[in-house]
Unconditional design. Structure first.
Length: 447
């Protein structure tokens, strides 16, 4: 029987400290093991001290009898020039937390966001001109890349959490960057929200309620777009004439969803408005975007992605022997297959000793979890919210059976039996410097 585990993202701050403590108390009667996941960002001079604090705190609680394991990851990259430090830290932190969760066989991670965080997110999105999906703020429950992210305290007031800390005398670390008003969220937290609370005492609760309404509206708009796109799209193209037969509002909604499915994060609101006015009158048009080029021709809108120059020296590998945990560079596919030892939810090592590497053909069926129906990769990618740029890499087969899909993970039908030696797999779209292999022994590749 698989051991029950739950993870908590633990920075050492007041909110995550309270959540970890409350989770330990709630999990103890049921024998559930708790894994505290800490990410060292490498940006603050006190980051090493915070890591030490978190580790020692968990060790004390473990010695007191709690079923608690501490695990940490240190980020090795830095924000690119011009990139938002906040956005970089958020994305890198979630990637690191997911890797840690997978390594420890955990499929649910608890996050300590609360009512004030949700209110701040709503206001930030409103000030940026965000639509309903942005105003919806942070979801209470979200499944992505095989991990469920849960925010159990999203409706809890900050004062309630502070009272919990005082009641249980819980020490925590203070990140002084949280008062640095160069960051938009900090300016909002220290200047705007206090004024709102003074004028409207229930401001935070009202804003989170508004976020709930926005989330409901966003789901309805997504479902409406899917209904409209089923009638006006053909394959990967959008048929302009039936699209124009929709009302203006439905045209805009369908177009934005069509664009987001094919080029997530690449299309601005300004471009969407431009397309709304130009598509009906432009017989042949081209609109460059970061993901490629949008083209209209003979009443059809398509996205042409840039063609990569083939590397004749790097032929795609067709098979691979994975003998141990480590990194297996595949230059022909432009990335690395990483294998990590695990005790559950992995693929048996016996099945990995000789695997086939194949591209997508369009007919593959993937099962996301036990008891779930097998669905096409396109539908699974859409359901999991996997962007197009993370769908590259080879599909992994053994004896004709699908084992692993980049961006989705291990097929539930290929999961090894409890107690069987097994590995979990991850695809990375980058190659190690000089082809260094981190596995125990170089992998055997066949081209």
């Amino acid at each position: 029987m698989t051991e029950a585990r739950v993870a908590v993202a633990y920075s050492g701050g007041r909110d995550s400290t309270a959540l970890l403590h409350a989770t330990l108390r709630a999990a103890a009667p049921y024998g559930i093991e708790v894994v505290a996941l800490h990410v060292h960002h490498g940006l603050h001079p006190n980051a090493d001290a915070w890591l030490t604090h978190c580790r020692r705190r968990c060790e004390r609680w473990a010695r007191a009898g709690h079923r608690l394991h501490f695990s940490s990851a240190r980020l090795t990259t830095l924000p690119r020039r011009g990139e938002s430090v906040e956005a970089w830290a958020r994305t890198s932190r979630y990637d690191a937390l997911r890797r840690l969760a997978v390594e420890h066989g955990v499929d649910i991670v608890l996050l300590a966001h609360h009512q004030q965080d949700q209110a701040e997110t709503f206001l930030l999105q409103a000030f940026r001109g965000g639509g309903t999906s942005g105003l919806a703020g942070m979801p209470r429950l979200m499944e992505r890349d095989g991990v469920t992210w849960a925010r159990p305290w999203l409706a809890q007031a900050r004062d309630t959490i502070d009272a919990y800390l005082r009641r249980h005398r819980l020490g925590h670390v203070d990140d002084d960057s949280n008062v640095d008003e160069r960051f938009a969220r900090n300016r909002l937290r220290h200047r705007v929200l206090p004024a709102l609370r003074q004028a409207f005492p229930q401001a935070e609760q009202a804003l989170t309620t508004a976020a709930d309404w926005a989330r409901e509206a966003s789901v309805c708009l997504r479902d409406l777009a899917q209904l409209d796109l089923a009638a006006i799209s053909q394959g990967e193209s959008l048929q302009i004439t039936p699209w124009m037969a929709l009302s203006s509002e439905r045209r805009s909604n369908a177009l934005r969803h069509w664009l987001c499915e094919r080029a997530p994060g690449s299309v601005s609101a300004a471009l969407a408005k431009r397309l709304m006015s130009e598509l009906p009158v432009c017989t042949n048009g081209r609109w460059p975007i970061p993901a490629g080029e949008l083209r209209s021709h003979r009443g059809v809108l398509t996205l042409a992605k840039p063609q990569a120059i083939p590397d004749r020296s790097a032929v795609r590998e067709t098979s691979l022997r994975v003998n141990a945990a480590g990194a297996y560079p595949l230059p022909g596919w432009g990335g690395v297959l990483r294998a990590t030892a695990t005790q559950q939810a992995g693929v048996g090592i016996a099945a990995l000793r000789r695997v086939e590497l194949l591209p997508r053909s369009g007919a593959e069926q993937f099962q996301a979890g036990p008891g779930r129906p097998a669905r096409t990769l396109k539908k699974q990618y859409q359901a999991a919210g996997v962007p197009t740029e993370r769908r590259g890499g080879p599909l992994i087969y053994s004896a004709g059976r699908l084992l692993f899909v980049p961006g989705l993970g291990i097929d539930a039908r290929a999961v090894a039996s409890p107690g069987e030696p097994q590995l979990t797999l991850e695809w990375c779209d980058s190659l190690p410097i000089d082809g260094v292999v981190a596995a125990a022994g170089a992998p055997t590749l066949d081209r």
